[in-house]
Design a binder for this molecule. Sequence first.
Ligand code: SAH
Length: 353
Amino acid sequence: MTRETTLCDIKSMTVEELAAALREMGEGAFRSRQIFAWLHRGARSFEEMTDLSKDLRARLGERFTLYAPRPARKQVSSADGTTKYLWELADGNCIETVLMRYRHGNTVCVSSQVGCRMGCAFCASAIGGKVRDLRPSEILDQVIFTQLDTGLPVGNIVLMGIGEPLDNLVSVLRFLELVNCPQGLNIGMRHVSLSTCGLIPGIQRLGELGLQLTLSVSLHAPDSETRSKIMPVNRAYDVEDLFAACHAYFKKTGRRISFEYAMIDGVNDHDWQADLIAKKLRGMPGHVNLIPLNDVHESPLKPSRRLRQFQKRLEDRGVTATVRRSLGGDIDASCGQLRRKAMEEDTQGRQET
Ligand code: SAH
């Protein structure tokens, strides 16, 4: 992303950048705060900003671009209220966002890229590869418009949708700055989780920044051989180095890391793998989140039936482990499934006509 595109895309700008640009246009700081608030409340055009003069609205339109996503599909789970959106972006690409309703508040799961290039064997987002990175505004819009459309206040954000956030780190960091801004959504870093497949340089960068967010690492196997089979990223960033980076991250930030572990039948659910996880996490208060594998029909991998045994084995060895409750099972709510389905249906539609 070039500096120029950031400057033109008004919703990717910070309040300070907006103030500087408006100063150049002969407008005061008050105006920039007013405009920033409109943007973060989900204004779809400058015309909507009715407390600005017509002339200023026209000049804004000449200088900046302002986009808003269109809800292409929406599914609401009848069981638990989980709501899933497929948003169509200005260039026609689609991304997914999921709103989950927990007792501790509403959590929105956002995508960071269109598609993903990490190629994990069990993940629906990987099929088709990466199309492009999302701009900060496009990540932010997922929160703004999910909140607007559902009418539910969003308290927590998880960067666990489609894409690898640390593969789009510059935009993700800007998104975090924007969402954190008191004049905007004002969602604190402690209410944000970021999930990565293990891009070590990105983890190191986050460690240096010392942000108060929760880091989730998609572990899925503690040994190189298994991990390389299901996660190609392991060939570039080996799990041994990943564990070392996690220990260093904890030392720097004092923040407990959460490890995601999708349980796959006969692949990563052996007792010795639980033992190895416990050994590798020694000296660090990690938390392992065991996820029942979502069946992706393109993949031969099957869900494990050993979740409880695996959990007990970890806990007996001093590792906190939980089994993730699955929400939205009736609405393709996980990991790129809705986007896949829409793409398949589009292809079928084209073939039929
Ligand atoms: N790229 C990031 C975030 C997106 S995926 C990452 O890899 O962490 C969010 C989480 O869902 C990851 O832990 C991912 O490994 C997991 N996941 C993907 N496909 C899954 C499936 N079929 N069943 C269970 N978990 C899955």
